[in-house]
Design a protein around this ligand. Structure first.
Ligand SMILES: NC(=O)c1ccc[n+]([C@@H]2O[C@H](COP(=O)([O-])OP(=O)(O)OC[C@H]3O[C@@H](n4cnc5c(N)ncnc54)[C@H](O)[C@@H]3O)[C@@H](O)[C@H]2O)c1
Length: 272
C-alpha cells in the first residue's frame, strides 16, 4: 500500500515499538524521510538502520517524552537535519508492565501512578504538539496524528489513569484542529483497540484477552500494521478533508453494546 508521502519528513515518537516501527516502515515505503524517536535508543537505531538497509532515508533520535528538554531537543535535531517537518505521529506512551499493573480503579489509585501516566501520555504529547506547531505554523502546512486508545471512550475496571490520560489527548486533538485548521495544519487522533504488540500482550491476563476477543467484531485482533495504515492514510493528502477526528481501529470493539456480539448466535444463528 502506497500513501504518496514522497519527500515528506515524518517524525514518529515511540518509533521503536510495535505500532511505531510498523508506522515508520509503511511511511518510509510511501516515500517519507523518517525520524525514529524513542527512549530506547538502541532499538530506535535498529529500526532506522533497517529502513536505510532497504533504501529508505531514516535517522534515530533519543527521546524521553516525560522531559520537556528532551522533546525540544528532538525537534531542534529534526529541523537541523531536514530543515522541514511535515508529519508528527505522537505514538509513544508510558506502557511499562509496572505501570500497567498498578493502574487500576480510582479507589485504589496511587497519586504518583496517575501523575506518571499524565506526565508522559498527556503532558508529553501536548509539549510535542506545541513544538510541532511552532515549526509547522510558519510553513502553513503539517499533519499531527495523536495516538489515544479505544479505552478513552468507555468505562473500564482497569487502567483508569491511562484511559483518562488518553481521553485528554482526544480533546487536545480537537483543540489543535480548531485553532490551526485554517493555517493548513490537520490534527487527528487514532484509537487502537487491543493490538498484537509485545507490550500489549506480555502481561495480559487470559480472561481479559478472551473478553476483548469476544467483543471484537472482526474475526481476529489487530496487528501493528492495522494501526500504521490508518496513521499513514491520515498523514497523506488523501485525508486533506479530515481533521479533529478520533478514529478507532479496534475491530468495532467500541461501537456496540457489550455482550451483544455473542447474542448474534442466539438471535440470528451466526456462529462466532
Ligand atoms: N498495542 C495496543 O493494544 C494498544 C491499544 C491502544 C492504544 N495503544 C497505543 O499505541 C501506542 C503504541 O503502543 P505499542 O503497543 O506499539 O507499544 P510499544 O510498547 O510496542 O511501543 C511504545 C514505544 O514507546 C517507547 N516509549 C515509552 N516511553 C517513552 C518515553 N517516555 N519517551 C519516548 N518513548 C517512549 C517505548 O520504548 C516503545 O518503543 C501507545 O500510545 C499506546 O498507548 C496501543
Amino acid at each position: 500500500m502506497h500513501y504518496e508521502l514522497e519527500g515528506k519528513v515524518a517524525l514518529i515518537t515511540g518509533g521503536a515499538g510495535g505500532i511505531g516501527a510498523a508506522t515508520c516502515r509503511i511511511m518510509a515505503e510511501s516515500g517519507a524521510r523518517i525520524v525514529v524517536a524513542d527512549i530506547a535508543t538502541d532499538r530506535a537505531e535498529a529500526v532506522a538502520a533497517d529502513l536505510r538497509a532497504s533504501g529508505h532515508e531514516a535517522i534515530a533520535l533519543t527521546l524521553d517524552l516525560g522531559s520537556e528538554d528532551s522533546i525540544r531537543a528532538m525537534y531542534r535535531a529534526t529541523e537541523a537535519r531536514y530543515g522541514r517537518l511535515d508529519i508528527v505521529d505522537n505514538n509513544a506512551a508510558l506502557l511499562t508492565a509496572d505501570q500497567a499493573q498498578r493502574d487500576g480503579d480510582i479507589e485504589h489509585m496511587r497519586t504518583d501512578d496517575w501523575d506518571a501516566a499524565f506526565a508522559v501520555n498527556t503532558r508529553g504529547t501536548m509539549i510535542s504538539c506545541r513544538e510541532a506547531l511552532r515549526l509547522m505554523t510558519p510553513a502553513r502546512r503539517g499533519v499531527i496524528i495523536n495516538t489515544a486508545s479505544n479505552l478513552a471512550l468507555q468505562g473500564n475496571v482497569i487502567q483508569a489513569a491511562y484511559s483518562a490520560s488518553k481521553a485528554a489527548v482526544i480533546q487536545m486533538t480537537r483543540a489543535i484542529a480548531t485553532s490551526h485548521g485554517k493555517l493548513g495544519i490537520r490534527c487527528n487522533a487514532v484509537l487502537p483497540g487491543l493490538t498484537g504488540t509485545p507490550s500489549a500482550l506480555a502481561h495480559l491476563p487470559a480472561e481479559l484477552r478472551e473478553t476483548v476477543e469476544e467483543e471484537t467484531l472482526t474475526p481476529g485482533l489487530g496487528a501493528p500494521e492495522d494501526i500504521a495504515h490508518l496513521v499513514a492514510f491520515l498523514a497523506s493528502d488523501a485525508a486533506r478533508y479530515i481533521t479533529g477526528q478520533a478514529m478507532a481501529a479496534d475491530g468495532g470493539t467500541s461501537v456496540h453494546v457489550p455482550g451483544y456480539a455473542r447474542l448474534n448466535r442466539f438471535f440470528n444463528g451466526v456462529a462466532a
